[in-house]
Design a binder for this molecule. Structure first.
Ligand code: HXC
Length: 258
């Protein structure tokens, strides 16, 4: 690939984005965010890809936004450069299912990047936190919002106000991560989950993703109405009639993503 700060690979139907600034614990500069956005554009446009997996190194998923890059900036720089309109938010707006495979530090913008994914799978070495307060700032791309929705007010306040880290066990108990796996099995397990998802009917997966995300945006009655409409819509899919026929005929479905 032509990227400087990330490595993009395709493994079967899974697009893998690996953050690749290991010496700086994958600190997220504007350049990194821009490349993540470009990679998501590429992978989302690629019909062969059914799931996107984002990961870092053994030591760090990402230790946050690049502090050395941010330090000299003022309000107008941050206003003009606008972190939120690039990379990270692009990942949150992706229609394809996304998984963050997190080992080591996922701090600040790193935790926020993981939370933009649909699923977080954590190695037992993972550590999550929003330490921005220790730098005299606050989270800027979802740390006060997605974290609060994921783990509730008291724990989100605890993390955002003290800057402390939580380990993988605490993160799983709190509902931030879907599962914990041994560190040396992280990529194997995350890839297996991603390939499983990619084997499903893509439009059905996109409907499921969209419906779950509605739950965070709307009332129960509205969310149930959206779900019901999408459920009915799925009956227009060839993959739906094929999926049910395959069950009845005791064979694997042949999904055509249509
Ligand atoms: C720039 C960073 C960095 C970061 C680590 N490094 N985190 N550089 N930005 N966020 C660099 C260090 O300066 C060091 O470079 C090298 O990576 C290795 O880090 P060490 O600190 O030596 O490692 P260690 O002692 O193991 O400590 C690990 C750590 C610590 C606990 C994760 O690095 C740390 O506290 N990092 C900052 C975490 C943080 O505050 N994140 C929030 C950022 S604000 P040298 O050159 O010295 O070897 C943020 C705002 C988001 O994310 C809002 C919008 C995006």
């Amino acid at each position: 690939s032509t990227f400087e700060f990330i490595i993009v690979e395709r493994q079967n139907a899974v697009g893998i984005i690996k953050l690749n600034r290991p010496k700086l614990l994958n600190a997220l500069s504007f350049g990194v965010f821009g490349e993540i956005g470009a990679a998501v554009d590429d992978l989302e446009a690629d019909d062969a890809i059914g799931c996107i997996l984002i990961t870092g190194s053994d030591k760090a998923f990402a230790a946050g936004a690049d502090i050395k890059e941010m330090q000299p900036k003022g309000f107008i720089d941050m206003f003009n450069e606008d972190f939120t309109s690039i990379g990270g938010d692009r990942l949150a707006r992706c229609r394809k299912p996304t998984i963050a495979a997190v080992a080591g530090y996922a701090l600040g913008g790193g935790c926020e990047l993981a939370m933009m994914c649909d699923i977080i799978i954590a190695a037992d070495t993972a550590k999550f936190g929003q330490p921005e307060i220790t730098l005299g700032t606050i989270p800027g791309i979802g740390g006060t919002q997605r974290l609060t929705r994921a783990i509730g007010k008291s724990k989100a306040m605890d993390l955002c106000l003290t800057g402390r880290m939580m380990d993988a066990q605490e993160a799983e108990r709190a509902g931030l991560v879907s599962r914990i796996v041994p560190a040396d099995k992280l990529m194997e397990e995350a890839l297996a989950a991603a390939e499983k998802i990619a084997s499903m009917s893509y439009p059905a997966a996109a409907m499921a993703k969209s419906a779950v995300n509605r739950a965070l945006e709307t009332t129960l009655a509205e969310g149930l109405a959206v779900e019901r409409d999408l459920f009915r819509s799925s009956f227009a899919l060839e993959d739906r009639s094929e999926g049910m026929a395959a069950f009845i005929e005791k064979r694997k479905p042949n999904n055509k993503n249509r």
